[in-house]
Write a protein of this length. Structure first.
Length: 256
């Protein structure tokens, strides 16, 4: 199992997995924190985002680092290994809790496949071309997957199709030869509860195991936690996603 410092660094780097993310973002130390700063143009306007990551760091130290840095209005702090008492300490310091998620891992050397029961005409596929990219955007209404991401050898895009209509999407990224990061698992509301996400994850994990991946990691919401637990994932650490109140950052000078 990766150590906590490695998990802290890995979680930050999951925001820079694709070529587009790397071209728009930078990563660096901000005091005891790691910060991923991203800039992109949306509707003709420059949108800047800061994501901070804390491992063994007190609320006061995190706040001081963020204040000195001067984060964007759109910012989040991910606190790795945040049990309830540590969450409470950050809240007392003035942070607002956005969400609690779970860092989970599946050891593929011990993984036992489970088979999802699906009806006729349902199959798991790999997205490989422009047609797939456009079709998958209908699942959640997002922009089509960029072609360069489909062609990136470190990324694998999976989807479930019912009579050729996509219902579920998921992405697998190789962090290195032994660690993969699963993300973007989403099933259209009208197709939930039919085993599609389970089938997609089963295929994704089977392919990872064949490729020599030892650990499959992901960050789970509370809603998806039971699904991943059934698939063989175990909790590593709770991750508190926080935001600092504007009043705590007023004396900062905006980072450029």
């Amino acid at each position: 199992m990766p150590s906590l410092p490695l998990l802290h660094e890995l979680l930050a780097h999951t925001h820079l997995l694709t070529e587009r993310q790397r071209s728009q973002g930078t990563i660096g130390a901000v005091g005891p924190l790691l910060c991923v700063h991203s800039e992109a143009t949306s509707d003709g306007e420059l949108v800047a985002v800061d994501r901070f990551f804390a491992a063994d760091c007190s609320p006061a130290a995190a706040l001081l680092a963020m204040r000195n840095y001067g984060p964007q209005r759109d910012h989040l702090l991910f606190v790795v290994d945040a049990p309830p008492e540590r969450q409470a300490a950050f809240l007392r310091a003035g942070f607002r809790l956005v969400e609690i998620q779970w860092l989970m891992a599946c050891s593929l050397a011990e993984w036992q496949p489970i088979e999802a029961k699906m009806g006729p005409g349902v199959e798991v596929r790999r997205a490989t071309g422009a047609g797939d990219a456009v079709g998958l955007s209908a699942i959640d209404g997002l922009e089509p997957i960029p072609i360069d991401e489909l062609n990136d050898p470190a990324l694998s895009h999976y989807y479930v199709a019912v009579d050729t209509v996509p219902t579920t999407y998921g992405r697998n990224a190789h962090y290195d030869e032994t660690i993969a990061w699963v993300s973007h698992i989403f099933t259209a509301p009208q197709h939930r509860g039919q085993g599609h996400a389970t089938a997609l994850m089963h295929q994704l994990l089977a392919d990872s195991a064949k490729a020599g991946v030892e650990q499959s990691l992901l960050l789970s919401t509370n809603m998806a936690h039971s699904l991943y637990a059934r698939l063989g994932y175990c909790d590593i650490a709770p991750v508190a996603i926080l935001q600092a109140a504007p009043s705590l950052l007023r004396r900062s000078v905006r980072h450029r």
